[in-house]
Ligand binder design. Structure first.
Ligand code: AIR
Length: 189
């Protein structure tokens, strides 16, 4: 009987420890959710800076990195494999031309990945858009519009994902959207 009781107590203690561990991971993540804004080249920055400006307005923390799927594959692998441990909640990846970066990152991480098609010189971003949006089933990439509009919407979408568990970001998002609604005039003249 005593032995049974001891066993039960041991099991209970194990459960308490496990819950504590799970809870601490959750609270750690919720306390400082972060977005990774990555791009294939420095030449993508004039577009991707609209994304970081949006995140700043919504008071969402972020890091910015250049990672190319083709030119720096090891950097891409290391980033994708450690993204969750680095406490990122969402990854926004901008790339142009044959734009494999968002899909490759999504293949190595279960974090939500938003792809921003950069407006390329030759095909005006249609190449980037199709490369990013046409992911075959199994590994999704949320794809936004080509260029500046997409970069801004990627920032807003990342904030919406974070707002699911973060009241401050939720409040900022609601305020920002109300401001936008109020700024629309009823008549054009
Ligand atoms: N790129 C860089 N590595 C892989 C890809 N797809 C993309 C960049 C950029 C475009 O190639 O995201 O939009 C042109 O890069 P660059 O450095 O030649 O201006």
């Amino acid at each position: 009987m005593k032995k049974k009781k001891r066993k039960k107590k041991k099991k209970q203690n194990k459960l308490i420890l496990l819950n504590r561990r799970l809870f601490s991971v959750k609270t750690k993540k919720n306390s400082s959710p972060k977005v990774a804004v990555i791009m294939g080249s420095k030449s993508d920055w004039p577009t991707m800076k609209f994304c970081t400006e949006t995140l700043k307005k919504l008071q969402v923390k972020f890091d910015v990195k250049i990672i190319s799927a083709h030119r720096t594959p090891d950097r891409m692998y290391a980033f994708a494999k450690s993204a969750e441990k680095e406490n990122y909640s969402v990854i926004i990846a901008g790339a142009g031309g044959s734009a494999h970066l968002p899909g490759m990152i999504a293949s190595m991480s279960t974090l939500p990945v938003i792809g921003v098609p950069i407006e390329s010189k030759k095909l005006k971003g249609l190449d980037s858009l199709l490369s990013i949006v046409q992911m075959p089933k199994g590994i999704p990439v949320g794809t936004v519009a080509i260029g500046e509009d997409g970069a801004i919407n990627a920032g807003i979408m990342a904030a919406s994902i974070i707002a699911l568990e973060n009241k401050k970001v939720k409040k900022n998002l609601v305020l920002w959207r109300n401001k936008q609604t109020n700024s629309v005039k009823k008549k054009p003249n």
